[in-house]
Design a binder for this molecule. Structure first.
Ligand code: UDP
Length: 354
């Protein structure tokens, strides 16, 4: 790091949005000071390698990189290779395991039928079929994840789960996909490794510190203004991580538990994200993490913005405040209050005028 005396720009928050903006500014010749409130960069993509097993633990829940945006892909590929991992999500409903995309594998197993491609749409037009699927796989999970019935949340959220008329069980439609070959932390370190970038951790940003240099902020937008209009609603997550003395606990990286009665939403098993690491895969131990969702309260980490009339009105007020401040750009999942995937955060940062 260069020990910048006077910064031309401040980037507050070092997740994918902030690090992409910082890198672009640095490459444009600007001296950039990156201020990260936490003790390490990487935002909620931060990982930690378990010293005993070498397993890369995603500290804030599973992150699988996927995109169909070539500009994003070309950008991130400057900082990492990917290992070719393709994500599949299994659902456990009443002790039975299903491949989650709503497609032939799930429907045929659930109903004990043998539908062929082209037959799913008609089959699902029958209300009894669609309700049964919805109740088994979406109602319980959504009530745990959002504290609401599926009918009460924005349909775009449920539409994230793919519906298919074939046996493709890849969870994402994006064919550009994988886990960084030497882990996520290395990606952030390389993005920030530039003579024009200085990074300070444990360095929260406050509006009163703003001077002439433009500020690119990606913390929660309501926190930036001291919650003066009230708290935006967020969902927070709690994780229980456990090292278990078996080689393989669940045979895959993520299993969703779709019943309301099981208190967690899913179990992550991180070694499966690196099938190329034979030593890690064959270690006689594994690390699993149970994920629980709850309404955010002060002191919790915000994870998911809750899109509703109340939050839209409040967000509008905070955005108006932000727009009054010259030289302030607010973005990212927390700053934008948007349910961004990693690639969308990078795409948004690539579009920022610098
Ligand atoms: N969902 C569900 N059952 C599942 C998986 C997802 O009901 O087994 C719903 C749920 O409302 C969830 C949304 O679909 O919040 C989006 O799922 P996704 O897997 O994209 O969630 P993320 O991984 O971003 O938390």
């Amino acid at each position: 790091m260069s020990g910048i005396v006077r910064a031309d720009a401040i980037v507050a928050g070092a997740g994918f949005w902030g690090c992409t903006v910082a890198r672009r500014l640095a490459e444009a010749g600007r001296k950039v000071l990156v201020l990260e409130a936490r003790g390490a960069v990487g935002g909620n993509v931060r990982c930690e390698a378990d010293p005993e097993t070498g397993i890369e633990v995603h500290l804030y829940g599973s992150h699988i990189f996927h995109t169909h945006d070539m500009a994003v892909w070309n950008f991130i590929r400057r900082f990492t290779e990917f290992n070719g991992y393709q994500h599949k999500v299994l659902a456990n409903y009443k002790g039975k395991i299903y491949y989650l995309p709503l497609g032939l594998a799930l429907i045929n197993k659930f109903f004990g039928v043998e539908l062929k491609p082209g037959e799913v749409a008609d089959f699902m037009k029958d209300e009894r079929h669609s309700s049964a699927i919805f109740d088994a796989f979406f109602r319980g999970y959504t009530s745990k994840q959002w504290g609401k019935a599926p009918e009460e949340i924005d349909p775009s959220i449920i539409k994230r789960v793919p519906v298919r008329d074939n046996y493709d069980v890849n969870y994402f439609k994006d064919y550009l996909q994988g886990i960084p070959a030497d882990g996520y932390n290395a990606v952030f370190d390389r993005m920030l490794d530039h003579p024009n970038i200085e990074v300070k951790v444990n360095a929260p940003f406050a509006l009163q510190d703003m001077a002439d240099a433009p500020v690119y902020y990606s913390g929660p937008i309501d926190a930036l203004f001291g919650y003066k209009f009230g708290h935006l609603p967020w969902r927070t997550l709690r994780f229980e991580t456990e090292t278990i003395g078996v080689k393989d606990f669940q045979g895959t990286s993520v299993v969703n538990y779709t019943e309301a009665e099981i208190p967690y939403t899913r179990i992550h098993e991180f070694k499966h994200y690196h099938p190329e690491l034979a030593g890690v895969m064959s270690a006689p131990k594994t690390i699993v993490m149970r994920e629980y969702s709850a309404a955010w309260k002060p002191g919790d980490e915000p994870y998911y913005p809750v899109d509703c009339d109340e939050s839209r009105a409040l967000l509008g007020k905070y955005r108006e405040e932000a727009a009054k401040i010259p030289n302030l750009v607010v973005g990212g999942r927390l700053g934008g209050y948007k349910y961004f995937d990693m690639d969308q955060s990078i795409a948004a940062a690539l579009a920022v005028e610098i």
